[in-house]
Design a protein around this ligand. Sequence first.
Ligand SMILES: Cc1ncc(COP(=O)(O)O)c(C=O)c1O
Length: 385
Amino acid sequence: MPNANLLSHSVKAMKPSATLESAQLARDLKSQGRDVISLATGEPDFPTPAHIIEAAHKAAVDGKTKYSPVNGVPELRAAIAAKLKLDNALDVDVQNIVVCSGAKQVISNAFIATLNPGDEVIIPAPYWVSYPELVSMLGGVPVVAQTDGPRFILSPEELEKRISPRTKWLLLNSPSNPSGATYSDTELKELGKVLQRHPHVLVMTDDIYEYLVYGDTTFATLAQAVPELADRTLVINGVSKAYAMTGWRIGYAAGRTELIKAMCKVQGQLSSAPNMVAQYAAAAALNGPRTEVRNFVRTYDERRKISAAILNATDGLSCTLPDGAFYLFPSCQNILGKKTQQGKVIDTDAAFATELLNSEGVAVVPGSAFGGLLVFSAISDGTKS
Ligand SMILES: Cc1ncc(COP(=O)(O)O)c(C=O)c1O
């Protein structure tokens, strides 16, 4: 077969994950002996808490090593239903919950289950790099909604402007990767008023950073803030970020029956089911004490303050303190136009990121990959604080 025909149109059009690409570049340089600090991916540097690992060990010893039910083991779905009740005051039947291999697969399954070519998905910028790529891959159209700094919160007016008869989904991520933007209950209610005028729009709330909020910030989720929208909201969450469990690959969603059933149909064909042992570990995480999560949050909070202060003391950089998640989203606007020691003009955020890696050995992701300026995922990595 000639090479030109090897790959699909959708894969050819797809951008590789900018965060994973930067992380790989840092690893490659490290393997060549360079001293490189990688601030590219959002990954807790803590080990998974011991009681969670013990639960996984017990599950394996007890023979929980077969295929799982497609929608997830009952013990984990019960733990998720209890969590949604306790934290979010949501009454969700265990039948309306699906467990997947990470929140990323939850989002993919939901898009595969619902998007037809030309369907639009509204994505507030700055956004997590995977959202628009997943939409485009399936023939959908990412519609980027603009937000303004310092808080990067989607306004009701901007939302209204972006809704069309082809809108299928609004994708809300709070706290946000990469800006840390965290919507208050009042802000969600304002967006809810707009959404209630457009009953054809479904909403995905990616709540993966729910527990990672700082200072006076409190977490709110749309299905709780506006119960009238609960029936058309897919609540997405997972254990990766909160419990330092990125490698276990467990995420989940709660939503209306026909949507969850369709997502299970997709999952049954794509991956059969999520990892069985990891599901028991996730159940132990959700049912267990939150002491360690609180300790993680305290550490991220300290790092957030220290890192933002350092950035603000650096000529040309400015950074607001994020309300949530574990990223910093500093602007390098005032560096653009300056020259490197070799006389090369830094004209974009990507050029600045390249210079930072080449001259200082620090890998970051250019903010343009997220629809913003320059982002460091600095505070998730304890070795750098
Ligand atoms: C906003 C957001 N959603 C989802 C994910 C993926 O989470 P998981 O590890 O559960 O697939 C990430 C990971 O970086 C993220 O930043």
